[in-house]
Design a protein. Structure first.
Length: 79
């Protein structure tokens, strides 16, 4: 069982943030301006998500855990 019960939309936003960041990190990315705007929008959506104001979201470890949970997707895609 997960230590932090993240909502599905928060997990999806963090996964999309990782994907956008990877797309922007390649040499000479296409549509860099749109990617930067998308990354900023997702950053705000994640940072201001209502879940962080719940008791489970108060812990700084919750933010780290969200990144850890979604980082597994990056390792799978790289393999």
């Amino acid at each position: 069982m997960d230590r932090f019960p993240f909502p599905d939309d928060l997990i999806a936003a963090q996964r999309e943030w990782h994907a956008t960041y990877r797309a922007l990190a390649v040499p000479r990315p296409r549509h860099a301006t749109e990617l930067r705007r998308r990354l900023l929008l997702l950053s705000v959506r994640i940072e201001l998500h209502f879940w962080w104001s719940t008791p489970a979201g108060w812990s700084p470890a919750a933010r780290v855990e969200l990144r850890r949970v979604t980082a597994g997707d990056r390792q799978t895609e790289a393999a």
